[in-house]
Design a protein. Sequence first.
Length: 578
Amino acid sequence: MDKSEIIERLEAIAVLLELQGENPFKIRAYAQGARALEALEIPLDVLIAEDRLATVRGIGSALADKITALHESGELPLFDQLKAKVAPGLLEMLEIPGLGAKKVRILNKDLGIDSIAALQSAAESGSISNLKGFGVKSEAKILQGIRNREAYSARHLRWNVIPVVENILSGLRSLEAVQQAEAAGSFRRGLETVGDLDFIVASKDPEVVMDWFVKQSHVSEITARGQTKSSVRLEDGLQADLRVVPASQYAFALHHFTGSKEHNVALRKRALQRGLSLSEWGFDVRGGNSQPLPSNIDNESALFDALGLANIPPELREGYDELKLAEAGSLPKLIKCSDIKGAFHNHTNASDGHENLEDMAEGAAARGWEYIGIADHSKSSRQANGLNEERLLRQVDAIAAYNQRDDACCHIFSGCECDILPDGSLDLADSTLEKLDYVIIAVHSAFTQPREQMTRRILRAMEHPFVTMLAHPTGRLLLKREPYEVDMEAIIEKALAKNIAIEINANPKRLDMDWRWWLKAAKRGLKTSINPDAHRVEQLGYIAAGVLTARKGGLTANSVLNTQSLTEIISWLEQRES
DNA sequence: GCCGTTTTCGGCCCGACTGTTTTCAGTCG
Ligand SMILES: Nc1nc2c(ncn2[C@H]2C[C@H](O)[C@@H](COP(=O)(O)OP(=O)(O)OP(=O)(O)O)O2)c(=O)[nH]1
Ligand SMILES: [Mg+2]
Ligand SMILES: [Mg+2]
Ligand SMILES: [Zn+2]
């Protein structure tokens, strides 16, 4: 098995153990082990070959043995035994809000329920409400959960919820009772998809704020309403949580509600090691320690400082190695939107874009950019009206002519998004590619090739001397199409060796290469280009989504080609040619 | 199952909300 399959296996084991009523800390050990694998910076094969797996934090000798077994044979008796004992339907039942492992176990043991269908008929017949721990309300909630299972469990593209967030946020901020308000959670961390919306407010009058929140017109249901916290379901099934705290505790609450969970747990553990208990309400002494509590914590930076850490930007709070970096003072200085000076991967109506060269150039200039690269599709992408050699050379001439014009508002670079054919050769002749300022290569066909073949194919294409950057290296469409199978570690190696950039495709549905890979690749010096892949002028705005992904990946402006000025880009491109 | 300026057992983040609880367990964030 490869690493990602082993990670899935360990996560599955954690859930299965939970359904067996196992020790929660053992369950967490499996989940932590999966995360530790995810964060590995040394290839798994190497660690196994050198017998160093158990030296990884979060992986002990027991997990090391199991991971090794999975890696070598894919077989693990523990998993097979668990699979045999736990009905697959129980996993689906966990998706129903209000049903956790304990309740699912009771339903299974006492009523023999082992599927959503059985759960539904039991609830409809009223037999669940007689069980201990259940009642009429929980029975009704189960039925509602089944009816809306898809809507309730769906994640949403961050980009699509921005208007909803801004709307709620401005509503909150317009209330007199609200002193401060922020969108927190995965949204604030810039995650590509969000499971819900999380809002945090500082106020002296929580009642007023929560009243407003739960009475918004697009609220379909109030799922919780307490002293400091409310949850609602919005019309499309998206959940929104609100937490209201006094201004004096806002920094703690904002940090808590921003997460991630794993980051919070790590930070709280660090506090404990220093004799402090940390919660969303503040610090408390732990055990017999009687040192004075840190005071005047009125922003997140002060909170981190009290724990001996540099201020960690929300995008980096995913519970990987950000605490270590913050302690050492070696957090990266993350790229900002204002660092962007242009963009390379954009289309015109020559292929499947909707606007012409001049429009795109004007759009770039309107953003204050110095240049724009046009990279239309190549001929084998027929569905996208890809350009053959002749049409592309005409575009090269048109761009040259545009750049000569006195009224040119922005420099245009001639490029193309050249298909990587199924055998790894490029779609356009060298004699044509040679005439371009730069060449982007991308897979647009034969997505289902086996991993080895896909990897060989892309590596072969990257050997081509004219290649400047690799576009959307996994082809994923968030929430829609899985990434195709490819060995990203090998691709990253090759890109480093050949001085090829890997793009961050900034289309909010792609955000590919993923920030999780960038966390590792950034440290190794791999360059990126944040590419809007705009098919119309308006979509140049996707750049913001790409910058967020770059920030999550720990990238500085230096690692991003399109933070360079026009003159720097020109000399860099010339240099590459020689 | 992992881990150790409390080193090989006894901890493991901490709190809000709900429902059915008669004093708190389970779920969720
Ligand atoms: N300390 C602590 N904080 C938690 C825990 N679970 C959630 N939080 C905090 C951190 C989360 O970012 C924040 C909001 O919770 P969510 O469940 O909405 O998670 P988040 O927004 O990170 O991801 P999401 O996209 O909603 O799935 O609450 C937990 O178990 N412990
Ligand atoms: Mg959330
Ligand atoms: Mg939430
Ligand atoms: Zn296109």
